[in-house]
Structures are given as C-alpha cells and as structure tokens.
Design a protein around this ligand. Structure first.
Ligand SMILES: C[S@@+](CC[C@H](N)C(=O)[O-])C[C@H]1O[C@@H](n2cnc3c(N)ncnc32)[C@H](O)[C@@H]1O
Length: 307
C-alpha cells in the first residue's frame, strides 16, 4: 500500500480551503488527494490526473482523468474547469507500481523482481525493452549518463549490445545481471545474491551505504521512457495557465535531477515576478517518517505561490 510522502507539509503549504478547486497531477492511490478533499469539501472540486489507466479506474468521488500531467492546461480547457487554487505533483512511481502488488503487475520498475522490461506509466511511449534492444551504443551511453549519472555507462552499453546479439534482453533480471557483471569486473565485488536488496530504485542500498549497481541504470531508463524531466519542465512553465492568482503549487521529487529542475524553474519564475517561493530550502522528511516509510527517504518538497 502506498503511503503518501510529506503529507502534512504538503497540505500545510497547499492550504486547501472549503469550496476551492485543486488538481492532483499524480493521483496514484489518492492518499494526498484524500487529505485535500477533506479540506475542500463541501463545495470544492478535485481534478485527479494519472498516466496509469488502472489508477484512474480505482478513483471515486472526484473528476479523474487518465493522462499525462503535462496536458493539464488542455484538460482544464476541454472540461471547462477554469484555473485552480492548488496543484500537487508527487513525482515518480507509487509503491504499488514498484512492488507490482495487486492490481498493478509486472512493469519492470524494480530489479528486485523478474518482470518484463517495460517501465512505462502509460502505454503511449517506447518500452525499456525497445530502448535496450534497439538503440545504438552511443544513444544508450547518453541515456545512462544523462539520466542516471552512471560512471560505467560506456562499459554497460557495450555489454548490452554484446548480449543482445545472442538473445534479446527482455526481463529486469537479464538487465540487472549485465550491470552487476560490469560492476563485479570493475570493483571485484559480488552482487549476485538476490534478494535481499532494498526495495526501491530511488534508494536501493547494499549494506550500509552502497547503492545497488542497477539502481542508476533503472532510474535512467524509467526517466527516458516516460520523458519525466521534459514533462516536469513543461508543467512548471505552464503554471500561470493552471493556477489562479495566489494559487499554490507543491512538487515532491525523489531524485536530484527532478529537484534541480523544480529549484531552477521556481527561481527563474520568481525573478520574473511570476511566483513567490514558499520554501527557501527543500522540505525533507524527518527521521520518524523515514523509519515508518523508507520510500520517503529521498523526498524533497518545494512550494511556490503564483503572484
Ligand atoms: C508517487 S505516485 C503518487 C502517489 C499519491 N500522491 C498518493 O498519495 O497515493 C506517482 C503517480 O504519478 C503517476 N505519474 C507519473 N508520471 C506522470 C505523468 N507525467 N502524468 C501523470 N501521472 C504521472 C504514476 O503513474 C503514479 O501513479
């Protein structure tokens, strides 16, 4: 079950009030949305968006749309909803998607489980298997470096190209084995026993502080496949089309590439007097939240208010 991250802080900064209109651009299991609904009802309205069709089929009592959040301005127009008082984006994947528990099975988000290499939230983009099996070596190196900051990007791409000549790489375990092999040769360490790896690509750790070698490659592929950074960039640029004057935006990100985009975009827009930054420093979860919900470990929350 997905536990909403930084819930109290997100609600405090979004400051939802009875009768207001809010957008949750990454609805997921509706944990954050339920807390917003509690504050805006009666009389309020919540628009929930998720790229995952199955997520939308599960929602009740709110307007739910299966789409990419980058299309929110278009959705608002189509549904004649007008601008909103608040927007929440809780980025990345939910625990259910990661663990493939229950209704959501086998998208290959985690190297902990042997699943098809898919990694899409929606079904309208290229799959991770297509990337790994058809992209040239240089293109793979670029993806691994740009979105995973992976130091052995070239060696891993070479190995992938070598391996796929023998047989297509179609499962998470096939891919993570290739990465483990490269790391084993480079560092002399063994990564072969599995599990127990920590659960999440956003923070899989071996022992005290070592991140599992496949973490960055899986992150890179997921970001590329779902165009994650471009989606975020687009929706932040579109904030004046989405929010009313004094409308609040809260973004929770889970890795430095996303957080950098939010930080820089808020700074840029603040310099242009488009918005006011509400969080001088990013808000992070305290030790109690991290202990109760390890997924929250890498979360950073930033908020801004439209001028
Ligand atoms: C971390 S979960 C959100 C969890 C939610 N806040 C809760 O409390 O249950 C992120 C969700 O965003 C969705 N998602 C990721 N990228 C998206 C995008 N570009 N547009 C819409 N939804 C997206 C995923 O399918 C996933 O369900």
């Amino acid at each position: 079950m997905h536990v909403p991250v930084l819930l109290n802080k997100a609600i405090e900064l979004l400051d939802p009030k009875p009768g207001e209109f809010f957008i949750d651009g990454t609805f997921g299991n509706g944990g954050h949305a339920a807390a917003i609904v509690e504050k805006i009802f009666p009389g309020g309205k919540l628009l929930g968006i998720d790229w995952d069709k199955k997520v939308i089929a599960n929602g009740k009592n709110v307007i739910l749309v299966n789409d990419n959040y980058k299309n929110i301005p278009m959705i608002l127009k189509e549904k004649k909803l007008g601008k909103a008082d608040g927007l929440l984006l809780d980025l990345g994947m939910s625990s259910d998607q990661l663990e493939s528990a229950g209704w959501r099975t086998g998208r290959g988000f985690s190297f902990k489980k042997d699943e098809p290499l898919d990694m899409r939230y929606g079904d309208d983009s290229v799959t991770a298997a297509e990337v790994v099996n058809t992209f040239g070596e240089d293109a793979l190196v670029e993806i691994f470096k740009k979105y995973g900051e992976e130091r052995y990007a070239r060696r891993i791409a070479e190995k992938i190209v070598e391996q796929r000549k023998k047989s297509r790489i179609i499962t998470t375990f096939q891919l993570s084995r290739i990465v483990e092999d490269v790391y084993r040769h480079r560092s002399g360490r063994s990564y072969s026993e599995r599990p127990p790896y920590a659960a999440e690509p956003s923070g899989c750790r071996l022992g005290r502080s070592r991140i599992h070698p496949a973490t960055k490659i899986f992150q890179a592929l997921r970001i590329y496949v779902n165009n994650e950074l471009e989606n975020l960039d687009k929706i932040l640029d579109a904030l004046p089309l989405v929010l009313k004057q004094e409308g609040r935006a809260v973004v929770i990100s889970f890795h430095s590439l996303e957080d950098r985009i939010v930080k820089n975009k808020f700074k840029e827009m603040s310099a242009q007097n488009i918005l006011k930054i509400l969080t001088k420093k990013p808000v992070t979860p305290d030790d109690v939240e991290v202990a109760a919900n390890p997924r929250s470990r890498s979360a950073k929350l930033r908020a801004a208010q439209l001028l």
